[in-house]
Write a new protein. Structure first.
Length: 491
């Protein structure tokens, strides 16, 4: 509905739209001795009250007394209101959206448009340390729930005019702000177009978090493995942008979405590039080995204990058999009991307040494991296997890929219980085939472990091993072909 020149009609429509909304502030006032009627509307508590008082109200009252009413609203925007970000809006729906966004809207009798002044003053927490992607050396700052702050944290690291930002709104009811950031000279045009089309086609009335958007943007939504990468670190986001990737910053969430993503990117931590390449390459190897053990170790224990004890050293096989003599459950039952107990401890540690969560997790694991062994419910070997499996899952730096590995572990356990060692390899082959079938915006999920020749095999430089920064002369496959040359190498 268009804004009417009759201010009374506009006021009636706005009052009806915001009926029973006690936090919406509306004020009608007159200037020029009562000749000019103005109407102001904004949302309380999410605006900067000082900006409204000092830069809008004071200036209007002090500087408009001798000016005629004709063209006054245009003059307010050009000469009177001292707000940096202002614009015209012509529909009542735009008025409602602006008010709920934290802006102040001014309407005037005789004008068929309104002024939208940026007076946002959302309550927010300050820039805190990263909690899920902790580093020993390197920047400590993390994203917050306010998108504008997250954009600033990213821009301060890339001071280049080629860094572009497009603002979009997602959610028919929540109208959540989304910032799409990319490097104009590095991003693949087809990838950018596809992401924009998907954002425009998102059909959801509520978009409260980047986790919602991640699930809606993924091509294979039934896969347990993430096809978009989430991060709370501005430095990691800036590094991804310089690789030709796209970052989505969603308002109300302290996480950015990075795309395209491959399996390899989930094993890369921000700290990998702040320390020497030898030690970080060694740690990368440990991460990949830990991922394999987190998936396969319980299944391998079942296969060797039940079906293939002859493949174990004799002393070890006798020791395992001796500890299992008084156990009332099968090996599969033991493993499932301990794995589920570990999952419960993990979830309890997350939900409890942080001062006691780590204590409960460690002490609870020790007590439950020792009590279960002393009660004869599980064998010591199963406790060791479950504990080692859990520790391996904590080594991987991205929680999203860890969740996929946790689910996959139970597939390996099931097939190992049915088919033994053959079942373990069958489960691993099924997982490998599934990973090979995934793509992320045109990039194979297992790249560079497959098709690496597309980029002259240079992406191996930052995969399982990380070569010295001076040797990394080309950007990954994410960047368009004519933008892959780096100056001086780098992450």
């Amino acid at each position: 509905m268009k804004i009417s020149k009759d201010l009374s009609k506009n006021i009636a429509a706005i009052q009806e739209a915001f009926r029973d909304c006690g936090d919406i502030i509306m004020r009608e006032f007159r200037i020029n001795g009562g000749e000019g009627r103005l109407f102001m509307v904004y949302t309380d508590n999410i605006v900067d009250g000082d900006a409204i008082q000092d830069f809008i109200m004071t200036n209007i009252m002090a500087r408009c007394e001798k000016q005629g009413t004709k063209g006054l609203l245009q003059s307010l925007m050009e000469d009177v209101i001292a707000i940096g970000e202002m614009g015209k809006i012509t529909t009542l729906q735009e008025v409602y959206d602006a008010v709920l966004l934290g802006d102040t809207v001014l309407l005037m009798q005789g004008d068929d448009f309104a002024l939208q002044a940026s007076t946002k003053g959302f309550p927010s927490r300050g820039v805190n340390k990263a909690e899920t992607e902790v580093v020993v050396q390197g920047p400590k700052d993390a994203f917050t729930e306010l998108m504008s702050i997250n954009v600033v944290l990213t821009r301060r690291r890339i001071r280049d005019t080629k860094l572009k930002l497009k603002r979009k709104k997602v959610g028919t009811r929540s109208k959540t702000d989304v910032a799409l950031m990319y490097m104009e000279d590095l991003v693949r045009p087809e990838t950018l177009q596809k992401v924009e089309r998907q954002l425009d086609k998102l059909d959801a009335d509520f978009m409260p978090d980047s986790g919602y958007m991640e699930q809606l943007l993924e091509k294979r939504q039934y896969s347990p493995f993430p096809q978009l990468q989430m991060t709370e670190r501005p430095d990691k986001t800036a590094s991804a942008l310089l690789e030709g990737r796209i970052a989505l910053l969603v308002d109300n969430t302290p996480y950015a979405l990075l795309l395209p993503s491959t399996l390899n990117t989930f094993f890369q931590a921000a700290e990998d590039y702040y320390d020497r390449w030898e030690i970080m390459s060694f740690i990368r190897l440990i991460r990949y080995a830990a991922a394999f053990l987190a998936v396969a170790l319980p299944g391998l224990y079942i296969a060797f204990s039940v079906y293939h004890p002859q493949l174990m050293p004799t002393a070890l096989a006798l020791k395992v058999a001796a500890t299992r003599q008084a156990i009332p459950f099968s090996v599969v039952g033991e493993v499932l009991i301990m794995e589920l107990a570990f999952e419960l401890l993990r979830e309890a540690g997350i939900r409890l307040p942080s001062p006691v969560s780590s204590t409960i997790g460690i002490v609870g694991g020790i007590i439950i494991g020792s009590a279960a062994v002393e009660a004869g419910l599980v064998s010591p070997a199963v406790v060791i296997v479950s504990a080692l499996t859990g520790i391996c899952s904590f080594v991987i730096p991205n929680i999203s890929i860890v969740s996929g590995l946790r689910i996959s572990k139970y597939l390996v356990i099931f097939l190992a219980a049915v088919l033994g060692l053959f079942g373990v390899w069958a489960a691993l082959l099924l997982l490998l085939a599934h990973l090979a079938s995934l793509t992320s915006y045109g990039i194979p999920y297992l790249y560079p472990f497959c098709s690496s020749s597309v980029n002259d095999d240079t992406d191996w430089e930052d995969s399982i091993l990380r070569l010295p920064l001076s040797k990394m002369k080309r950007r990954p496959i994410f960047a368009k072909p004519d933008g892959r040359a780096r100056k001086g190498g780098g992450a």
